[in-house]
Design a binder for this molecule. Structure first.
Ligand code: ZN
Ligand code: MN
Length: 137
């Protein structure tokens, strides 16, 4: 919790109990939750919290670069505590989103250009059937 408080301080986000709880949840749960999933979990710990507060907090974290947003499902935003550039794999059977740490042939964001454009973000989205689901069949 102390480290998380430092993270918020560094980004000049006031470390309220609610914000710390949300950031802690994201740190501990790496399954790339939606804002609704965060809300469902947080309201058990902090029953007074509203959905709006959770949404606003998530957007504040996003704006400050504390978390990343994935649009891999095409239907809902998912949130990632890991802000270093990495790719993702979505299992179309069970819906799990895996981190895929491979060297991206396109380099690292912020360091390269494409057709004269400066690249600031790179998202690699793979979709298919995950190893767990493959084993079940
Ligand atoms: Zn699966
Ligand atoms: Mn990730």
């Amino acid at each position: 919790m102390k480290e998380l408080k430092k993270l918020l301080d560094e980004k000049e986000v006031k470390p309220t109990f609610q914000r710390l709880s949300i950031l802690k949840y994201l740190e501990e749960n790496r399954e790339h939750p939606t804002a609704d999933m965060i809300y469902e979990y947080i309201r058990e710990k902090v029953p007074t919290i509203s959905k709006t507060t959770v949404y606003n907090t998530v957007h504040k974290f996003l704006e400050k670069g504390l978390i990343k947003e994935l649009t891999i499902t095409g239907q809902e935003a998912r949130y990632d505590f890991v802000t270093d550039s990495h790719h993702h794999f979505l299992c179309e059977k069970c819906g799990t989103i895996y981190d895929i740490d491979i060297n991206c042939p396109h380099g690292l964001p912020g360091q390269n250009m494409v057709r004269g454009h400066k690249v600031e973000e790179i998202h690699g989205y793979f979709k298919g059937i995950c190893k767990n689901c493959l084993q079940k069949n």
